[in-house]
Design a protein around this ligand. Structure first.
Ligand SMILES: [Zn+2]
Length: 310
């Protein structure tokens, strides 16, 4: 990991715009993401598509991009007969691809966040959206520690600027990550939760309690919410601001809602509406704004415009 001791607090200084959804954008580029390990296919077979998506987001105004490694873990790979080395290499490769994209914009400062999804994302059954894992606390710590150790040992273009723990469904998982991070005090990390209403994370705890717990870890540089309906953001920003003095970030879904019966997305998720909401989130005290599922570079372009006004 890049030497950040002492400058951890300044990594996100002046950074306002995060990138948008990766999976849907890769799909638009024709990448093979139908399998549960879509990132493995992209990282190994179609790396140029990952670079193209990162570049599109930087071009749109993103000042911080997350790597294509949300679903990468030894446990997830083992399920498909792939070895631990393959999973570890994919984590590092994902950072390299983000760095390669950023290098195309030498005049810009682009922060690279190593995306690490929750335990539930590695189960491939949607468990991250309720957080009821059949798993001990110790196993949860170990799941996260393996990936943290790989990125902590990375150097040069394989080292992210910070670790992005995303779509966290529960207080327990945040606490497990804090324990897994403890041997690595030099690292920087953000904690972002997925919420089911304007006050509670997916598993049911108060977001303010989760964010306050995460803010106590020495590695934490920001607390936030992602993979959640955008309409909930104003209330959730209030929860986050009340929890700690850490920078607040939100990167919600586009606003479309998955209709399981009709098997399609419904509702509006157009970029202009998203940009108008982003202006409200900045005004409410969010320092960083981006997008999650179904957001595209056009959404981030609107967020960047809102960041310049706010
Ligand atoms: Zn999402």
């Amino acid at each position: 990991m890049t030497e950040r001791t002492g400058e951890r607090g300044s990594i996100l200084q002046g950074i306002r715009v995060i990138d948008g959804g990766l999976a849907s954008e890769l799909e638009y580029l024709g990448a093979r993401i139908d399998g549960p390990l879509w990132s493995a296919h992209v990282l190994e077979d179609e790396p140029e598509k990952a670079v193209a998506v990162h570049r599109a987001y930087i071009e749109a105004g993103a000042e911080c991009i997350a790597t294509c490694s949300y679903q990468v873990s030894r446990m997830g790979y083992a399920e498909f007969g792939l070895g631990a080395e393959r999973a570890d290499a994919a984590l590092l490769r994902a950072v390299e691809l983000a760095r390669e994209a950023a290098a195309a914009f030498p005049e810009r400062r682009v922060v690279v966040a190593g995306s690490l999804g929750p335990y539930g994302a590695a189960l491939h059954n949607g468990a991250e959206y309720h957080g009821n894992y059949d798993c001990s606390f110790a196993k949860l710590v170990e799941f996260h520690r393996e990936r943290i150790a790989v990125l902590a040992a990375a150097t040069g273009a394989q080292a992210p600027d910070l670790l992005a723990f995303e779509t966290l469904p529960s207080l327990e998982e945040a606490l497990a990550i804090g324990e897994a991070l403890a041997p690595f005090p030099e690292l920087a990390a953000w904690f972002s939760f997925t919420c089911k209403d304007g006050r509670h994370v997916a598993h049911g705890e108060r977001l303010s309690d989760c964010a306050a717990a995460a803010a106590r870890f020495p590695q934490t540089v920001a607390v936030g919410v992602n993979c959640t309906q955008p309409a909930l953001m104003p209330a959730l920003i209030g929860e986050l601001r009340a929890a700690s003095g850490k920078p607040v970030m939100v990167y919600p879904n586009s606003g479309e809602v998955w209709d399981a019966g009709a098997r399609c997305w419904t509702g509006t998720g157009d970029p202009a509406s998203f940009g108008a909401m982003a202006a409200v989130w900045f005004a409410a005290g969010a320092q960083l704004v981006g997008g999650c599922c179904r957001t595209r570079p056009a959404h981030i372009r609107e967020v960047a415009a809102a960041s310049r006004v706010g």
